[in-house]
Ligand binder design. Structure first.
Ligand code: ADP
Length: 548
C-alpha cells in the first residue's frame, strides 16, 4: 500500500522559488572581472535568472541539451546554474585550469551548444574555437561596456543576452530524475569522465549538506565558497545556501589571493568558508606575513585532499577557527563524510581532538560506506584494517556520461568503487590512507603517503610536501619525500629525516628527501603525483632504512 503523500518533484527551481519568497532581501556579494565589489539581493538573482531562462529558451535548445560555463565564482555564474538547470537544460561547468586539449575533449564529449564564459577566458577560447564546432553561441559574462573585442562567432555580452527578456518565467514541470548538471573529473589518468547529476540527487545532497553535523548551515551564516563553482557544484553550496537563505560572498578570479580573501572575510562578516588545502595555505601565509587575525570566520570546511594537522592547528591557535575536514568526489556530488565531534568528544583533551580532526570524518546520512579487501570481503571498522573504500547512495553516480558501464567503477552488487584506500574506526570516522594508485608498496606492505606527508607538513620549515613511491630493486617501492621549503627556512635532508624520529615506524621513513621550488598541482589544486612520479622515475635512492 502506498502512503498518501503528494508526489512533488525535487527540482532545483523549487529552491529558487523558496529563496525568493523567504529571503528576497539577503545579499550576494561578488568580485567579478568587471567589478571589484558587486552587490545585489536574492530577489535580483531570481529576477535575472528568469530573464536568462527566457533568453535560453529562444536558442532552440532541446530538453537535456548542454549549456557550458567557463567561469569563476560570481553572481552571474550562480544565475547560470539555476537558469540552465531549472529550464530543463544541463549546466556543464568546465574547469578553466584544465589543459586546453582536455577542455576541447570535454566540450566535444558533452556536445555543449552554448558557452557562457568569463571575459578572462576569451584568449583561450579563441585559440581552440576551431576545434569546438559544437558551440553555436558564446555569451561573455560582462556588460557591453566591458565587452572585449573577440574573433569568436556569435559572441555577445551576458547583459545584452538577458537585458530585454521578460522578468517572468514559468519554470517547467520537470521529472526529478532529469539531468541538471554535468561535471568532468579532472582525469589524472585517462580521459576526463562526465558525472551527470539529476535534480533529485542535487536537492537531496543540498538538504544533507545543511545538517548540523555536516555544514551546519543556517540563515544566520555568511558563506564564502572558495571552492569553485566548476569543482563539483562548489560542494553543493549554491543549492544549500539558497535553501536556508545564507548570505553569499564570491571571490571571482581572486580565489587564490590571500589578501582579497581576508578582506572579504572581515568586511562581509563571513562565518563559513570552504576550499581545498592549497587555498588555505595562501590565506594562512598572508595573515601570518601581514600580522592579521581572522576575527569573523568561525569555521572552514576543507576537503578534496588530506588536511595536514599543522593547518588545523594554525586555524585553531592563531585564528580561533574550527576546521571541519570533509571527503568526497565528483562522482558523489561530492559530499561523503564530514568531520564533526560526537557526543562526549568535546570533553577530550585539545590535542586528541586535533588528531581526530585529521581524519576525513563520519559518513553523512545518505551515503553508505564500506571497506573491502581484494576478495571483496568487508573489513571491520576498527581503525586499523584498511581496504578499498566503496560507497552507495542517491547522490552517487550510477555510471559515467556516455560510457555505458565500460568504466568498470561499480561492483557487481551495485556499490561505487572510489579508488581510495581507507580505515574506519569504531566511531565511524573514516581516514583516507591513499588513493589506490598513490599507495606505496614496500616489501608487500603498504605505506600511507598521506600520513607521512602530514608529519612532514608539521615541520615549521616546510611549505608543502609530497611523498611518492620510487621503484626499488629489493622492496618494490620506497618512499621519496619531495619538499618545498618555507620562505627563508634553512632545511637539509638530515634535519628533515630527524623530524620523523618517533613519529612513524622506521620502515615508513622516506629513503631520501629532495628539495624543489614547487610541486605540480592538478586543475583542482591537489598535488599531481603522477607528474612527480614521472619526474623522479629514475631517481637513485641511497641505502634504505628498511634495510636495517
Ligand atoms: P579530481 O580532483 O581528481 O578531479 P575529485 O575532486 O572528485 O576529483 O577528487 C576526489 C578524490 O580526492 C577522492 O577520491 C580522494 O582521493 C581525494 N580526497 C578528497 N577529500 C579528501 C580528504 N579529506 N582526504 C584525503 N583525500 C581526499
Amino acid at each position: 500500500m502506498h502512503g498518501l503523500m503528494m508526489d512533488t518533484p525535487l527540482v532545483i527551481s523549487s529552491i529558487l522559488r523558496h529563496a525568493e519568497r523567504n529571503y528576497g532581501g539577503r545579499e550576494i556579494v561578488s568580485v567579478t572581472a568587471d567589478n571589484p565589489r558587486h552587490r545585489y539581493r536574492y530577489s535580483d538573482l531570481c529576477r535575472r535568472t528568469r530573464q536568462l531562462a527566457n533568453a535560453l529558451d529562444k536558442c532552440a535548445l532541446a530538453r537535456g541539451d548542454r549549456v557550458a560555463t567557463l567561469a569563476w565564482n560570481d553572481y552571474r555564474h550562480l544565475e547560470a546554474y539555476y537558469a540552465i538547470g531549472g529550464a530543463g537544460y544541463v549546466c556543464h561547468t568546465i574547469n578553466p585550469r584544465l589543459f586546453a586539449e582536455q577542455i576541447v575533449f570535454i566540450i566535444n564529449h558533452a556536445a555543449d551548444r552554448i558557452l557562457l564564459t568569463d571575459p578572462l577566458f576569451l584568449p583561450l577560447l579563441e585559440k581552440i574555437a576551431g576545434k569546438i564546432g559544437c558551440i553555436e553561441r558564446y555569451v561573455v559574462l560582462t556588460d557591453d561596456s566591458h565587452m572585449p573585442a573577440t574573433t569568436l562567432k556569435n559572441a555577445m555580452s551576458y547583459e545584452s543576452f538577458i537585458g530585454s527578456e521578460s522578468e517572468s518565467y514559468e519554470w517547467p514541470a520537470l521529472d526529478e530524475k532529469d539531468a541538471v548538471a554535468l561535471c568532468y573529473t579532472s582525469g589524472t589518468t585517462g580521459d576526463p569522465k562526465g558525472v551527470l547529476y539529476n535534480h533529485r540527487s542535487t536537492v537531496l545532497h543540498a538538504y544533507a549538506g545543511i545538517a548540523p553535523d555536516v555544514l551546519n548551515l543556517s540563515n544566520r551564516d555568511c558563506v564564502l565558497p572558495v571552492v569553485p563553482l566548476f569543482h563539483v557544484n562548489a560542494w553543493g553550496i549554491p543549492y544549500s545556501a539558497l535553501m536556508v537563505g545564507a548570505k553569499l560572498v564570491f571571490p571571482g578570479p581572486k580565489m587564490g589571493d590571500g589578501e582579497t580573501l581576508y578582506a572579504l572575510m572581515e568586511g562581509e562578516d563571513v562565518t563559513l568558508s570552504l576550499g581545498v588545502p592549497t587555498v588555505w595555505m595562501a590565506l594562512l601565509q598572508y595573515t601570518e606575513k601581514a600580522g592579521k587575525r581572522l576575527n569573523k570566520l568561525q569555521r572552514t570546511v576543507i576537503g578534496g585532499a588530506a588536511v595536514p594537522e599543522s593547518m588545523i592547528r594554525a586555524f585553531r591557535d592563531r585564528h580561533g577557527v574550527v576546521v571541519h575536514q570533509g571527503w568526497g568526489m565528483t562522482e558523489m556530488s561530492p559530499l561523503g563524510t564530514l568531520n564533526s565531534l560526537k557526543a562526549g568528544m568535546q570533553e577530550w583533551p585539545a590535542d586528541d581532538i586535533l588528531r581526530l580532526q585529521t581524519k576525513a570524518g563520519r559518513g553523512i546520512y545518505g551515503v553508505e560506506l564500506r571497506i573491502v579487501d581484494d576478495e571483496q570481503n568487508e573489513l571491520p571498522w576498527d581503525g586499523k584494517a584498511y581496504g578499498a573504500l566503496q560507497v552507495r547512495g542517491p547522490w552517487i553516480c550510477s555510471d559515467y556520461f556516455k560510457l555505458d558501464g565500460s568504466a568498470g567503477a561499480h561492483t557487481a552488487d551495485g556499490w561505487f568503487d572510489t579508488g581510495d584506500v581507507a580505515t574506519i574506526d569504531p566511531d565511524g570516522f573514516l581516514a583516507i590512507t591513499d588513493r589506490t594508485k598513490d599507495v606505496i608498496k614496500s616489501g608487500g606492505e603498504w605505506i600511507s603517503s598521506i600520513q607521512v606527508e602530514n608529519i612532514a607538513m608539521g615541520h615549521p620549515g616546510v611549505r608543502e610536501a609530497a611523498v611518492i613511491g620510487v621503484p626499488h630493486a629489493k622492496w618494490t617501492e620506497r618512499p621519496l619525500l619531495v619538499v618545498v621549503a618555507a620562505e627563508g627556512a634553512k632545511l637539509d635532508r638530515d634535519q628533515m629525516l630527524a623530524w620523523f624520529d618517533g613519529k612513524i615506524a622506521r620502515w615508513w621513513l622516506p629513503d631520501d628527501v629532495v628539495f624543489v621550488d614547487s610541486i605540480p598541482h592538478t586543475a583542482t589544486g591537489k598535488v599531481k603525483k603522477i607528474d612527480l612520479r614521472r619526474q623522479f622515475a629514475n631517481y637513485t635512492l641511497p641505502t634504505s632504512p628498511a634495510d636495517f
